[in-house]
Design a protein around this ligand. Structure first.
Ligand code: SF4
Length: 226
């Protein structure tokens, strides 16, 4: 079954409805700066370091590559077959939203501990919004025992081996109604043509939008729906 939204598209949609639309229908227009690309690489290095603390973890991306719509079925299969398994990039689909969780560890009773890994040195609201979407999706597929964000312990605050691990389970579970409303609103945006959202301060916060050069041209894509 294919998906409509993902974590990155949802976060984009919270920033701007037009950016969401472009991410879904014309992502090739995105332009990332060299510094943004370096930040992605640093994030991957930190994520790999945390994953290495689960030496028997199974990395679904090694097997399935970019075939992301195959991840949920393979994840379900592994969770059924292998007791106590740790999965990297485990896939879950609910409400047309696909999320790939950085680390999922299955307990003996079958419930899941989820770890979302972020390379920043502070627990930002954007990290929490990302985690809240994942909690919403995954807990409609499986019983989630805990959901933690792992961020960079370079500041030394309660860090263990450089990892700050913060359990946000209750806080995230309380946001399900809001997430459902946001997802419904984003699906509605995607039923129509490109929004005429004007540029403004929101193009820079919380992230520099990769479509700024495109929007600055003052043109819009044709509606895909006539
Ligand atoms: S540049 Fe601004 S208006 Fe255009 S898609 Fe990005 S956030 Fe939206």
């Amino acid at each position: 079954m294919s998906h409509l939204l993902s974590k990155s598209k949802y976060i984009r949609g919270l920033q701007c409805d037009r950016a969401l639309w472009l991410d879904v229908f014309n992502p090739r227009l995105a332009r990332y700066t060299a510094e943004q690309m370096r930040r992605f690489d640093r994030g991957r290095d930190f994520e790999y370091a945390f994953k290495s603390t689960f030496p028997d973890g199974i990395d679904l991306s090694a097997e399935l590559k970019r075939n992301v719509d195959a991840y949920p079925a393979r994840t379900a299969e592994l969770l059924e077959k292998v007791d106590g398994v740790a999965l990297f990039e485990a896939g879950f689909l609910y409400d047309d939203v696909l999320v790939l969780a950085d680390v999922v560890h299955q307990r003996e009773d079958g419930t899941l501990d989820i770890y979302e890994v972020k390379s920043g040195t502070a627990l930002s609201d954007t990290y929490k919004r990302d985690a809240a979407l994942q909690h919403y999706v995954i807990s409609h597929c499986r019983e989630v025992r805990s959901f933690s964000i792992v961020y960079n312990g370079a500041d030394g605050v309660n860090g263990s081996n450089g990892f700050n691990i913060v359990d946000l389970t209750e806080e995230l579970a309380a946001q399900h109604d809001e997430i459902a409303r946001n997802v419904a609103a984003m699906k509605e945006i995607l039923r129509h043509g490109e929004p005429a959202t004007p540029t403004g301060q929101h193009c820079l916060e919380p992230y520099a939008c990769p479509y700024q050069h495109y929007c600055a041209q003052g043109v819009r894509q044709m509606s895909l729906f006539g």
